[in-house]
Design a protein around this ligand. Structure first.
Ligand code: 1PR
Length: 527
């Protein structure tokens, strides 16, 4: 029996699913006594350090946790569950952590994109049962802006991101990981299994890595909607038009397709509820069900987009964007992606010059952390003869417009590309970063479904404008397109839909192509 401490923020469902898939029974902490009576305690955490400590104190969990740690019984902290063990964090000055380990938590200070999101390696520092059966070159999923700096000799693993930081600690039976084993595919499950099995020998993996590298992520995207027969299907548009001969294209069932992509090596799965802008997602129970079912067997990060915004239903009941997002997180999502609402938020911000503190981006990032908020941008090119013809930032393009125009700007749209607005993609990305977004999913209506390759000019411009990770999307037609977008724009991830759904190129082929050309990718662990 594993006792799991859920303090109410983040995707605890994934940890439960991962442990259950290993045959474990989970008991959730309801009362402080449950912590004191636990035999093995797992403490996953995401979000804000200060928020977490306040909740732990408010629910009476803080002191029992300290007592449990002092008793040296098996403990596994994950992400913020690692950071909580320290004395304090730069994220919440003045708020004291559990203080079980001397040292502090500090923000990444690097020119690389922060948060550190994606699959990176670990360099084991000492023998431990957690490493049993690992080769040493596995990658694990990280998502954090802060890392620990112990003042004691507790480093279990180190990882490089701009510089070397401690990515896991061990002090007696207390172990804690900065990365997410529950989101790290088979390698992560192996590590969790090793935590549970107390009789395993202490080992150090064979393969020694001198420097770990963040892998370029390959993301499979599933655009989901109800078709004309009323079934929830994966569909795919050409420049956002998902109908063929008047009918919604049906490319398969969401849960089964997600499972296939996970098995084939997708580093992440994104579901976009493409009619979410008009249907209220909390009434759209099938979508929540898709997440619940997928997260039972798919152990990589899941993002869900579509309809994340404040909403008042027909009976006058108000739901905040935070409530909508929370329902998705509880069902197994790791990140939510905000499309139309982000454009409206930025319009308001630009007109007043002030953040309200109440927007969906701010509400959700405050509770779940910046890394949980992705902004999905749906831009299309607007050509102009001269930069003077628009007040938007323009780029000089190598792909001239219909009248030979050499300049264009990228107009943001809402409602699935149906409505163009007076905001450009670069400004939108910058303002959303300022408001608390952790990642940009950059689509391009002109390229969507064309197989012509990514819009490198757009992607380069947005990537240079922000310091959060950017996911390139729209237009992938072959493995070479992924190589181009990674090497020419420096993006952290690339997403595709059509080529994977139609079986034109597999995820494994894309990864092999990139690896042969020297790009870092996540190897598949067949433990
Ligand atoms: O506005 O917050 O409700 O979110 C709606 C979400 O649904 C947005 O993220 C928006 O991008 C998406 N969406 C809305 N309508 C469509 C449509 O296709 N009619 N899909 C749509 C957007 C674009 C990509 C696609 C890539 C890769 N899909 O996600 O998967 O372009 O395609 P490719 O590799 O085949 O070229 P809100």
């Amino acid at each position: 029996m594993i006792t799991l401490l859920d303090y109410g923020a983040g995707n605890v469902r994934s940890v439960i699913n991962a442990l259950e898939s290993l045959g474990e029974t989970i008991k959730l902490v309801q009362r402080p006594e449950d912590i004191l009576q636990a035999e093995k305690l797992v403490f996953p955490g995401v979000g804000h350090f200060g928020n977490m400590i306040n909740i732990l104190k408010g629910r009476g969990f803080f002191d029992p946790l300290k007592e449990y740690l002092a008793s040296d019984r098996p403990f596994l902290g994950i992400c913020l569950g690692l950071q909580a063990l320290f004395e304090e964090s730069e994220e919440a000055p003045g708020i004291k952590g559990l203080g079980f380990i001397k040292g502090r938590v500090k923000r990444f200070s690097t020119s690389l994109a922060v948060p550190h999101i994606g699959w990176n390696g670990i360099k084991p520092q000492r023998p431990c049962r957690l490493f049993y059966g690992l080769r040493g070159d596995e990658k694990f999923y990280f998502v954090h802006s802060y890392h620990v700096e112990p003042e004691e000799d507790v480093a279990l693993t180190k990882t490089d991101y701009g510089y070397e930081f401690v990515s896991a600690v061990q002090k007696g039976n207390i172990m804690a990981l900065q990365f997410h084993p529950e989101k790290s595919g088979q390698a992560g499950l192996k590590l969790l299994k090793n935590f549970i099995d107390l009789d395993l020998p202490e080992v150090i993996p064979e393969i020694k890595i001198s420097q770990t590298k963040l892998a370029k992520r390959i993301i499979a995207c599933l655009d989901v909607r109800t078709n004309d027969e009323g079934d929830l299907v994966v569909t795919k548009g050409d420049q956002y038009d998902v109908r063929e001969k008047g009918r919604v294209r049906n490319l398969g069932k969401p849960v089964a397709l997600a499972q296939r992509y996970y098995d084939e090596g997708a580093d992440e799965i994104t579901f976009l509820n493409i009619t979410g802008f008009r249907d209220f997602p909390l009434k759209d129970l099938p979508m929540l069900e898709v997440l619940r079912e997928t997260s039972k067997n798919v152990f990589v990060p899941l993002t869900i987009g579509g309809g994340i915004r404040d909403f008042t239903d027909r009976d006058g009941r108000y739901y905040s964007a935070l409530e909508v997002a929370s329902a998705y997180f509880r069902s197994g999502a790791d990140k939510v992606s905000i499309g139309s609402d982000a454009v409206l938020i930025v319009e308001e911000y630009l007109s007043t010059g002030e953040a309200t503190g109440e927007s969906s981006i701010e509400q959700i990032s405050r509770v779940y952390g910046n890394q949980a908020v992705v902004i999905s941008i749906d831009p299309r090119r607007v050509y102009v003869a001269s930069p003077k013809d628009t007040h938007h930032p323009v780029i000089e393009t190598k792909i001239p417009g219909p009248q030979g125009e050499r300049y264009c700007w990228y107009q943001c749209t809402i409602k699935g590309g149906r409505e163009g607005r007076d905001v450009d993609a670069i400004t939108l990305a910058k303002v959303c970063e300022k408001l608390g977004a952790g990642e940009i999913l950059l689509n391009c209506i002109d390229r969507d479904g064309t197989n012509l390759g990514f819009d490198l000019e757009l992607i380069k411009a947005v990537k240079q404008a922000v310091s959060i990770p950017v996911i390139a999307s729209s237009g992938a037609g072959c493995a070479q397109h992924f190589y181009e977008v990674f090497t020419e724009t420096g993006v952290e991830a690339a997403l595709a839909a059509g080529i994977f759904h139609r079986g034109e190129v597999s995820i494994a082929e894309v990864k092999e192509y990139l690896q042969k050309r020297g790009l870092e990718i996540r190897p598949i662990f067949k433990g």
